[in-house]
Design a protein around this ligand. Structure first.
Ligand SMILES: NC(=O)c1ccc[n+]([C@@H]2O[C@H](COP(=O)([O-])OP(=O)(O)OC[C@H]3O[C@@H](n4cnc5c(N)ncnc54)[C@H](O)[C@@H]3O)[C@@H](O)[C@H]2O)c1
Ligand SMILES: O=C(O)[C@H](O)[C@@H](O)[C@H](O)[C@H](O)CO
Length: 261
């Protein structure tokens, strides 16, 4: 197989949570452009429909599924995976991207907020991997799972940024080791499990922080810039494709070098 073919995603089906905007939508465009059919899932129907339209206009076969992954008790995850299986018949790539944060100093952090962050950022990726594994990847004989962690999963926040996101950092640390643990178990099913650790990208989630601290963030970034609209595309396609066939359990930071300092 030539190297261009290794990156080709024709005939593959991808499910991307939080695919309605931000980093998830950027990755949906990337996988779609490389030939994948793309299912995006998010909570807000309006945004999701708009994203589905934009993907379709770009010539990508797309479907949208409304799902609140902050509420995983009542069969949300199996319904979501079932809907994609019904439409496309298989799932080759799962990108666990939906995520959120909530800020308060650790000494005041309420358990209810902690639980909310953990449910969306940790429980949902676990349940999605389990369900996609059961319904699609294990019977199909393989697949690619990409967890969107964060460099915040490697440590605490720089003290000068006063971010106060103890639950978020904890949740992303869990995603980092979930990635390794699942990779170790599911190599036998030919399922690659890797994580992307974005640094600082402008998005709805990061806006509050970057409005206040973008100068400091850029100064602390070896490449001297924030992440942009194309900066996750290559990493996502690599980890979704045969090009990464022999790569599993790995963390790929796309952070302009922040985590190297
Ligand atoms: N922007 C950054 O700098 C940055 C850095 C590191 C990691 N990340 C991670 O990247 C991922 C995407 O974040 P983003 O920056 O694009 O933020 P964003 O807020 O623009 O996107 C979040 C996405 O998750 C979806 N989502 C939120 N709550 C949901 C719920 N309850 N159910 C279903 N979907 C839900 C939203 O609809 C949206 O599509 C997150 O996991 C985030 O932690 C972002
Ligand atoms: O590195 C990251 O994962 C993100 O930038 C987050 O840290 C959020 O932007 C922050 O939590 C908002 O308060």
């Amino acid at each position: 197989m030539g190297v261009k073919q290794l990156f080709d995603l024709s005939g593959k089906v991808a499910l991307i949570t939080g695919g309605s905007r931000g980093l998830g939508l950027q990755m949906a465009f990337a996988l779609g452009e490389m030939g994948a059919k793309v299912a995006i899932a998010a909570r807000k129907p309006g945004e999701l429909a708009e994203a589905e339209r934009a993907l379709t206009v770009a010539g990508i076969e797309a479907m949208a599924v409304v799902a609140d992954l902050g509420d995983v008790a009542g069969g949300t995850v199996s319904r979501l995976v079932g809907a994609v299986m019904e439409r496309f018949g298989r799932i080759d790539i799962l990108i666990n991207n939906a995520g959120a944060t909530w800020g308060a100093p650790a000494e005041d952090y309420p358990l209810s907020a902690w639980d909310k962050v953990m449910t969306l950022n940790v429980d949902a990726p676990f349940l999605l991997a389990q369900e996609v594994g059961r319904q699609a990847m294990i019977p199909q004989g393989g697949g690619k799972i990409i967890n969107i962690a964060s460099i915040a999963g490697l440590g605490g926040n720089p003290p000068n940024l006063s971010m106060f996101t103890v639950a978020y950092n904890t949740s992303k640390g869990a995603v980092v080791n979930f990635t390794r643990a699942l990779a170790a178990e599911w190599g036998r099913y030919n399922i690659n499990v890797n994580a992307i650790l974005p640094g600082f990208f402008p998005s709805k989630m990061s806006q509050g922080l970057l409005d206040r601290f973008s100068t400091q963030v850029i100064e602390a970034t070896p490449l001297g810039r924030l992440g942009g609209d194309e900066d996750l595309m290559g990493a996502a396609v690599f980890l979704a494709s045969d090009a990464s066939r022999h790569v599993t359990g790995q963390m790929l930071a796309v952070d302009g070098g922040v985590s190297a300092t």
